[in-house]
Design a binder for this molecule. Structure first.
Ligand SMILES: [Zn+2]
Length: 358
């Protein structure tokens, strides 16, 4: 499985300057290349290389490989859209490859700058035991909030899948971000509070509309996004850990179905907004695969209207948003727990040794 990993870099002062200078020079070169591309209508990598290579080498004093990367960046950008001239930001990403970036140890890289190669310390989060030989192709050097990062694509081997003896169903929702068929509820309460806090702040800043308030606005939307991401990470981690500890697979609803088959009152939806369900689903998927846990995507149809005890499907089973009350067998249960049990059953039917009832 290919994963993109964000690594934080710890350059010393001299190295930081060198990186920044390299980034600026690289993007100046990109703009020169982009102008040539636009003026001559030459958008392909090879064609551009023929026209600009020597000029760029000389004018910007970049290494051969960096010139090739700059041409690549421009060509890639025009490949997506040829209808207008593309301008590159002063601190836009540099794409590195193995010839100009190498991993020396698990926490040190050697990277080419205008000052020559520099050895810089790196740190990354949860994928500690990383085999650097698995780093695939390119890495993007990015600069954000005065910090340098490398975005590296790594090929992580899939673990051998366990032979599960059950399935944890996971229902993803708006009021409760995730609910498992074990009855564990990851509530959105804290998230709602934080969101409301941010939306009040945003409204105030938007009404002010000055340069600094716009800047602040951008900052808090970044903070909000990171908060969601962290929350999704934590939830996915906890669920996969439970699956591992209890030797069970995981079932989730097919992601495309999530937002459409939920009946949530409008006030709740406005208050909470769109939670990043796709993100949570994706985190669950890759964390499960890394841990060797099979993960099934099941058909979400009627999971919230079906009684998990007798199987009777009726929209009247849902008297309120939070409760299921079966009109046939009178079973009563938290609606999200009931839905996650249905998801679990549908997952069980996908097991290799599935029961006859499937
Ligand atoms: Zn029932």
């Amino acid at each position: 499985m290919l994963l993109t990993i964000k690594m934080k870099m710890y350059p010393n002062e001299h190295q930081g300057k060198a990186l920044l200078e390299t980034m600026e020079r690289f993007n100046e070169a990109c703009n020169f290349i982009s102008k040539t591309a636009w003026d001559t209508h030459t958008f392909g990598k090879i064609g551009l290389q023929k026209i600009v290579y020597y000029d760029v080498r000389e004018k910007y004093n970049l290494s051969a490989q960096m010139v090739v990367r700059a041409i690549g960046k421009v060509a890639e950008s025009y490949r997506v859209d040829k209808t207008c001239y593309h301008e590159f930001k002063k601190h836009g990403a540099i794409v590195y490859d193995q010839r100009i970036l190498t991993f020396k140890t698990s926490d040190e890289i050697s990277i080419l700058t205008l000052q020559g190669r520099e050895r810089i310390t790196i740190k990354y989060g949860e994928y500690r035991p990383l085999d650097m030989e698995r780093v695939k192709g390119q890495a993007d050097l990015i600069y954000h909030n005065n910090t340098f990062y490398l975005m590296v694509v790594v090929n992580v081997p899939d673990a051998d899948l366990i032979d599960p003896n059950g399935v944890i169903g996971v229902d993803m929702g708006i009021v409760n971000i995730a609910t498992t068929s074990d009855g564990e509820i990851f509530s959105g309460k804290k998230c709602t509070e934080i969101r409301q806090h941010y939306s009040t702040l945003k409204a105030t800043l938007q009404s002010v509309g000055t340069h600094s308030s716009k800047k602040h606005l951008k900052k808090i939307s970044g903070r909000e996004r990171r908060f969601k991401k962290d929350t999704n990470h934590c939830i996915a981690k906890a669920i996969v850990q439970t699956a591992k500890d209890t030797n069970r697979a995981i079932a989730i609803e097919n992601l495309k179905g999530i937002r459409t088959n939920r009946t949530v009152n409008k006030a709740v939806r406005t208050a909470i907004g769109k939670w990043a369900f796709d993100e949570l689903g994706n985190f669950l998927k890759y964390k499960a695969i890394l841990a060797g846990i099979p993960i099934f995507e099941i058909d979400p149809k009627n999971t919230s209207r079906e009684c998990s005890v007798c199987g009777y499907i009726d929209k009247n089973n849902r008297k309120t948003q939070s409760e299921l009350c079966c009109v046939k067998c009178r079973h009563q249960e938290n609606a999200d727990v009931n839905a996650s049990k249905n998801i679990s059953f549908r997952g069980i039917c996908q097991l290799p040794h599935r029961p006859l009832s499937c």
